[in-house]
Design a protein around this ligand. Structure first.
Ligand SMILES: [Zn+2]
Length: 506
């Protein structure tokens, strides 16, 4: 049991947690953003991150400090917190990124961890091997063996109260990711970055990112704080949190600002393309895009960086509120509509509905059916599983979208996308779902799958299904049983003795 990470509220695989960072003497609420501070290019001062944005934690590169003539001695003598004038928690990276970029670095895990400890880092990192996506299995395995050796070396270093990252690699080989996570989880290290996902994010491969995170999560205990290393675009926070990520680091706010790029939760805009700022942060309420464009390079960069940070922190707060209220998946659906690649990411997330189901709360505030994908949410899956355990009444049972009918011994409701349920459950989550009148084919098909599951579990019961004009693709999924199309029963031509005439008092 890792006692430095406690989780409170859950939604899908997302959670609000508290990461206790003993060396800093602070507790960081997750999901959290770690702004990246480049010691040589401080676009926004750490002290300002704390004051203006409420930053509780940041990340800086220990390897750059280690190799810097300007900063190495100062970091050692003053300590990172004084050097940066920052009272929150500071995580340091090890140079693995430089190793991946340039092929070699002149330090090993033992030395760089000692250095990180000596400069007062609160969370240090060993020298893992960031294996890019799509490499051969042989390379991924070879690199992973080195990463696992680095974790073993890190366990041997006396770092006092400093927490230590245990990065998870394995490229896009999902079984290797899961194996790497299982190995990392078995160490006595503390925080679990999912590494080398930046190339996936840069290529908008959000579906592959979700698969990599889901595989890593399968190998980790629920008490493991998970960091999506190098991910800082607010557009994908809801998705990544729903997949189970707790920490993000953003260099994007500064890198994009340097390029005159403006972050939004729907993607990235170029300053030159904006006539209006779609944001109410202090930067955007006090300036127009034209005014910002006229400023000198340094000032323009700082203004854009501050906006980028505001929108990033705002989205994290929105994600946390969504977890608290239980509508994180509704937020993911909203974000999925903003870019086709995000839609792919959401669909990939729903491929893991069984995995999400393990932590998704049984009761939430509301289920809003807002897209065809809603039919694949874990709540639907969970309802179908519950159908195996429900007692079905004796005799002839009507499963209906309409009213009770006295010709049958009992009548259950049918509601797409969930399927059948006893009327006594009508007011329980998720069957209270708000569902549109114009449902997608997928919703009817999911309901039909629920009926099939109920029929299979109760093969001796005689079921009849009454529906309002379901599409053929849904009817084709039903087992052999009597069906009634209620739309044909209604209207002025309807004959007496219609099966759907009795009020049930709803
Ligand atoms: Zn703004």
């Amino acid at each position: 049991m890792r006692d430095h990470f406690e989780t409170r509220d859950w939604d899908a695989a997302g959670r609000i947690g508290e990461l206790t960072v003993p060396r800093a003497g602070v507790t960081v609420e997750t999901p959290a953003l770690l702004p990246v501070i480049n010691p040589h290019l401080r676009t926004v001062e750490p002290r300002q991150l704390e004051r203006e944005f409420g930053a509780e934690i940041l990340i800086t590169n220990g390897y750059i400090l280690y190799g810097s003539d300007d900063y190495r001695e100062r970091a050692l003598s003053e300590g990172l917190h004084d050097l940066y004038d920052f009272s929150g928690a500071i995580m340091t990276d090890s140079g693995s990124f430089q190793l991946a970029e340039y092929g070699e670095i002149d330090v090993d895990t033992e030395e760089i961890l000692r250095f990180q400890h000596d400069i007062g880092s609160d969370i240090g990192t060993p020298v893992d091997i960031p294996t890019p996506p799509d490499v051969s299995r042989e390379q991924a395995e070879r690199d992973l063996a080195e990463t696992e050796a680095a974790l073993a070396a890190a366990e041997e270093v006396d770092v006092g109260e400093m927490l230590v990252n245990a990065p998870i690699q394995g490229s896009t080989h999902l079984d290797l990711r899961e194996q790497a996570a299982r190995h990392a989880d078995a160490t006595d290290l503390d925080v679990f970055p999912v590494g080398a996902v930046v190339p996936l994010l840069n290529d908008y491969r959000y579906d592959d990112m979700v698969d990599v995170v889901a595989a890593s999560k399968r190998g980790l205990g629920a008490d493991a704080p998970v960091h999506l290393f190098g991910a800082g675009h607010p557009m994908m926070f809801a998705l990544a949190v729903a997949a189970g990520c707790d920490l993000f680091d953003s260099a994007a706010y500064a890198l994009y600002a340097r390029d005159d790029r403006y972050l939004t939760v729907r993607g990235t805009e170029h300053l030159a393309d904006l006539d209006y700022f779609p944001c109410s942060c202090p930067v955007c309420t006090e300036h127009t895009p034209a005014e910002v464009a006229e400023r000198g390079d340094a000032e323009r960069e700082e203004l854009l960086a501050r906006h980028n940070l505001h929108v990033t922190y705002e989205e994290l707060r929105r994600v946390k509120q969504a977890i608290r209220r239980g509508d994180l998946l509704e937020l993911v659906e909203e974000r999925a509509r903003s870019h086709p690649a995000m839609a792919d990411g959401y669909r990939a997330l729903l491929d893991h509905a069984d995995q999400l189901n393990e932590t998704d709360p049984v009761r939430k505030d509301s289920f809003f059916h807002t897209s065809a994908e809603s039919a694949r949410r874990p709540e639907v899956r969970r309802h179908h599983e519950r159908l195996d355990r429900l007692d079905v009444p004796d005799g002839a049972v009507l499963l209906t979208e309409g009213e009770n009918n006295s010709r049958f011994d009992a009548s259950w409701r049918v509601k797409p996308p969930f399927g059948p349920f006893p009327r006594s459950l009508s007011n329980t989550y998720p069957l209270t779902a708000q569902v549109p009148d114009r449902l997608s084919r997928e919703a009817y098909e999911a309901a039909a799958d629920g009926i099939a599951r109920l029929v299979e579990a109760n093969s001796e019961t005689a079921f009849t299904v009454a529906h309002f004009d379901w599409p053929g693709s849904a009817l084709a999924r039903l087992p052999a049983l009597d069906t009634i199309d209620l739309t044909e029963e209604e209207g002025p031509e309807s004959q007496g003795g219609s099966p759907a005439t009795e009020e049930d008092g709803r």
